[in-house]
Ligand binder design. Structure first.
Ligand SMILES: Nc1ncnc2c1ncn2[C@@H]1O[C@H](COP(=O)(O)OP(=O)(O)OP(=O)(O)O)[C@@H](O)[C@H]1O
Length: 566
């Protein structure tokens, strides 16, 4: 027989439920009004712990801040979760930071996200809690912001995966977020702040580096270009190798060559290729070795440190000594009182201090005069790769034509290539000419004209230089003139003297000398020389460069020459 159970009426159930709900609401609003937030949180946490004893779920809490510093795990999770939205996600945040190209997506508060790792499920939830306002420093440490909310992630999963989550999943998230960050990163060019007081604070200021140079647009010999790309690839993939051989993970490049041959463009191409920020270090702005040390330490990993025109930035002759102060500027500030960075300080930072304070660093020195550099600076280990940025070659020209004009074939290309092979013209100059019109015919004709003029002026310059050499060899030196030990210029009136003169001219590789060499007889040779000088109208040039030692010696030579019966 069934016990006599009295089933409550529907009305009674509804009225009981309503009164429970009303009581709950009353308790809630009472608790909210009269129980302090901290106590409520405490009770809630205890309640969760109590419930957790009945479940197999573990919750890991990841706070946004660790003391005053940002918790790196929180930042990593924030980035990572922005990439794993699934169909159940209803709300998320999207933003396009200034000067960035990609939209950032991040998780919205209280949204639950599910993730899968090694076959098991995990749940993420971000919670935002209002707190008392407090000051939180910005990453540059110069300023701070007021924050009145507290954010944290809760990561829940089955308790049997605890070790897997802590040892594998969370490190995986950190690594993954690094590569996501790297991909979406906008390159920065960092230069020294003019005001960089005190030992704290970041002395670098940054702007977005939007340099379009890439290895594709760079006019360089393909072989050298491929060598540089291979070297960079090898470098970034050799973390373990550097550790194994006990070497700091850094690489030094020296780029040398005349102005306008693409040294800065190559640095930009390297930065774009590796996705590394560029630190532009102006040594003349630095007050001494100790400031240099501080600046170097504050540079980030995975970056390129550039010192342009190294020969002009530091006194390379004095190892170990402070360079003599430069002339004081018109408006002196504490930072331009003359550099005191020494060569030994620089060497020290390249292989000592700098090596040990970071990973994946590249340092690039550029110079227009490699011969001026101290060999100590150039040795492998400091400058591992020396790259000669030369004048434009036919191969480089082809690349420029294809980038600037978008063509690879044209009847005039061959002609230009031949001229480029025999003219000292920089890629910058060629690029300038290629910009002048959209019509390849017009541009290439203009370039041919430009190259012709360039060649002419080059020849004239070489001629003048050679003539100077010849003059120096033929004419007596002032001190010789003084003690009378030299041959008197009047002697050249005699045929013997002329022969001697011509022999001396012949010994020189100069153009004028070559003219003389072509003649067998001294008299004909001399005549040729005079005609040459007259014809080319070079006599005036020579006169202008004479010293004020009485009568012009070139005029004397000419005079003497004319007196001879030819
Ligand atoms: N090899 C090159 N390939 C493509 N463009 C080049 C090359 N060299 C120079 N240019 C062009 O010329 C301009 C100036 O070149 P860049 O500043 O790189 O030369 P540089 O060697 O660094 O000169 P400087 O020694 O004066 O600093 C660049 O903006 C680029 O457009």
């Amino acid at each position: 027989m069934l016990p006599n159970i009295q089933i409550p009426s529907t009305n009674a159930v509804i009225s009981t439920a309503a009164s429970v709900a009303a009581t709950t609401m009353l308790v809630r609003s009472f608790a909210k009004d009269f129980v302090p937030h901290e106590i409520r949180q405490y009770i809630l946490t205890k309640f969760r712990y109590f419930l957790a004893t009945f479940t197999n779920e573990i919750i890991v809490v990841v706070d946004e801040y660790e003391g005053l510093n940002k918790n790196q795990l929180f930042s990593a999770a924030e980035i990572y979760l922005g990439t794993i939205f699934n169909h159940s996600t209803r709300i998320f945040r999207a933003s396009l930071p200034e000067k960035e190209k990609k939209i950032h997506v991040s998780v919205e508060g209280n949204e639950e996200l599910r993730d899968k790792f090694c076959g098991f499920q995990l749940k993420w939830r971000m919670t935002i809690r209002q707190t008392q306002a407090r000051y939180v420093p910005y990453p540059d440490e110069y300023s701070s912001t007021i924050q009145s909310e507290f954010r944290y992630f809760q990561l829940s999963f089955h308790k049997k995966y605890k070790n897997k989550v802590l040892d594998e999943y969370l490190p995986y998230i950190v690594e993954k977020s690094k590569s996501i960050k790297q991909e979406r990163k906008t390159l920065k060019l960092l230069t020294l702040k003019s005001e960089r007081h005190g030992p704290r604070g970041n002395p670098w200021q940054s702007v977005n580096l939007d340099h379009p140079a890439t290895f594709e647009t760079l006019a360089m010999d393909t072989e050298i270009k491929n060598m540089v790309i291979d070297d960079l690839e090898r470098f970034v993939n050799r973390k373990e190798f550097y550790r194994k051989v006990g070497k700091a993970w850094k690489r030094g490049y020296l780029l040398f060559g005349p102005p306008g041959t693409g040294k800065s463009s190559l640095i930009a191409a390297m930065a774009n290729y590796l996705n590394f920020d560029v630190y532009d270090l102006e040594l003349t702005d630095i007050r001494g070795n100790s400031e240099l040390r501080r600046l170097i330490i504050s540079t980030a990993n995975r970056s390129i440190l550039v010192v342009e025109d190294i020969d002009a930035s530091i006194d390379l002759s004095e190892r170990g000594q402070a360079a003599p102060p430069r002339p004081l500027p018109m408006y002196p500030s504490p930072y331009n009182q003359g550099t005191k960075v020494t060569l030994s300080g620089l060497l020290n930072f390249i292989d000592g201090l700098w090596s040990s304070c970071g990973d994946e660093r590249i340092i690039v020195f550029t110079t227009n005069h490699k011969d001026k550099l101290d060999p100590a600076l150039l040795r492998p280990g400091r400058m591992d790769v020396h790259i000669h940025m030369s004048y434009c070659t036919p191969c480089g020209f082809k690349m420029l034509v294809s980038t600037y004009l978008g063509i690879t074939e044209h009847p005039l290309i061959m002609e230009v290539e031949q001229m480029i092979g025999t003219t000292k013209v920089t890629p910058a100059e060629v690029g300038e000419q290629l910009l002048k019109s959209d019509d390849p015919e017009v541009v290439l004709r203009g370039l041919i004209e430009f190259l012709e003029k360039k060649k002419e002026s080059e020849e004239a310059k070489a001629f003048k230089e050679n003539l100077e050499v010849t003059k120096a060899e033929v004419l007596p030196k002032p001190e010789e003139e003084k003690d009378g030990a030299s041959r008197d210029m009047k002697d050249v009136k005699s045929l013997e003297g002329l022969k001697e003169l011509i022999e001396m001219v012949q010994a020189s590789p100069a153009n004028a000398g070559e003219l003389v060499i072509k003649r067998d007889k001294a008299s004909i040779a001399l005549k040729g020389l005079i005609e040459f000088l007259d014809g080319k109208n070079r006599v005036e040039d020579i006169k202008a460069s004479e010293t004020n030692s009485g009568e012009s010696t070139s005029a004397k030579v000419q005079e003497s020459c004319k007196e001879v019966k030819i």
